[in-house]
Ligand binder design. Structure first.
Ligand code: DGL
Length: 278
């Protein structure tokens, strides 16, 4: 029997620092909740990987978070959500929340021509197209794979105080080019790393609204905690952990991290791959 109490932390994970956009929302909306954040930086990016590989990684991360006795897990990685979340939900003894459905619902409230920027694996899965059309069957969806964003962001290319990185600017222009021909109503950041590029995207899209699914996902998490009677009254405590190099993470993620004394390096439990269903 897995014990669940209000004073346990919420687990948040991503392949890297992108999930900090979700942590930031959680800190704003649920400042009394404690968080354990895990970035699988030893294996970032997830976007070019297969669903079998990602399933093994996600199983390992969930096993580790459960050892830390989390009361809920927010999958702050749309690639993991798109490829494996539904398959794992029934096996996990705590609520497992993703960002794709909340993001889709938020987007269709702003218009019917919806563009989504996402990783190659998320685009290939069709998860956003499906979620948006379920949220509004009249919606028209265009998805754009942006494979170069995550490696550049993880390497430290995005500095919020000086967002003029020429290579990033060129790639943002290149990925947004197909959307310039299309009268889109709303753009969804379909990867948790991408809201960090907002200053660069704004230069191209001007007043076209952008959706960061983190906001509505955290609202959904908050409602779920209330329904389950698991709302914590604080004080909040935060732990930030990585599977890769903690110093590299601290250096690159500093602008989006709260003042933390240290980043912990963790060893993830080894989980054997589950054979594919017949
Ligand atoms: N930030 C993740 C996502 O939302 C993963 C990106 C990656 O590792 O490629 O998809």
């Amino acid at each position: 029997m897995y014990p669940i109490h209000a004073n346990q932390p919420i687990g948040i994970f991503d392949s890297g620092l992108g999930g900090l956009t979700v942590f930031r929302q959680l800190q704003a909306q649920l400042p009394q909740e404690s968080v354990i954040y895990l970035a699988d930086t030893a294996r970032v990016p997830y976007g070019p990987r297969s669903s079998q590989e990602i399933e093994v990684f996600v199983r390992e991360i969930i096993a580790w978070l459960l050892k830390c006795r989390v009361k809920m897990i927010i999958v702050a990685c749309n690639t993991s959500t798109a490829l494996v979340l539904e398959r794992l939900r029934a096996e996990v003894p705590v609520p497992l929340l993703g960002l794709i459905l909340p993001g889709a619902r938020q987007a269709v409230q702003l218009g019917q021509r919806v563009a989504v920027l996402a990783t190659a694996a998320t685009v290939k899965s069709g998860a956003f197209q499906q979620a948006i059309q379920e949220a509004d069957p009249r919606a028209l969806v265009q998805v754009v794979a942006c494979p170069e964003f995550v490696p550049l962001i993880e390497a430290g290319a995005m500095d919020p105080l000086a967002p003029q990185h020429p290579q990033l600017q060129r790639i943002v222009a290149q990925y947004l080019a197909p959307l310039q021909q299309w009268p889109l109503d709303v753009l969804v950041y379909g990867c948790t790393h991408y809201p960090l590029l907002e200053p660069l995207v704004a230069q191209h899209l001007g007043s076209i609204p952008r959706v960061d699914p983190a906001r509505s996902a955290v609202t959904a998490a908050s409602q779920e905690l209330k329904v389950l009677g698991l709302t914590h009254s604080g004080p909040a405590r935060y732990r930030f952990c990585v599977s890769g190099n903690p110093r590299q993470f601290q250096r690159v993620a500093r602008p989006w991290l709260p003042p933390v004394s240290r980043i912990e390096q963790v060893r993830l439990p080894v989980v054997q791959p589950v054979p594919p269903e017949e």
